[in-house]
Design a protein around this ligand. Sequence first.
Ligand SMILES: [Zn+2]
Length: 137
Amino acid sequence: MVESSQPCVPGLFAADGGARVLGSRCTACGTPYFPKAASCHNPKCPGSKMEPCEFGGRGKVWSYSVADFPPPPPHKHDKPFKPYAIAVVDLDSGLRLVGQMVDPPSAMSVGAAVELVVDTLYHEEGKAFTTWKFKLA
Ligand SMILES: [Zn+2]
């Protein structure tokens, strides 16, 4: 039986045709935003027109940290809690994005090549709830 799954927050990311987060980009200066921004926050940019933009693919770990204890509510996680790495990744598309790692903390290093994936964050009521994560490439 295939487990049914759904995004933990609708509208933030997509998994069909490749994992990607749904953000926006300034049409004047090209600054990427996730989540979507209503206007450009670049102080050197005179523009304010934004267009939807999807970000995915590969990037490099800029930095990371390890969550050694369960996050407090309202965050949800499967039990028993397993420590995980949280990476700050510079995607090749220009977006700097924070995400949980699929790989164990012991496998992490700054500068490591990763790719964006959609993976299970937790289970509840027989369903898998998904989010974007990174996986060593
Ligand atoms: Zn701009």
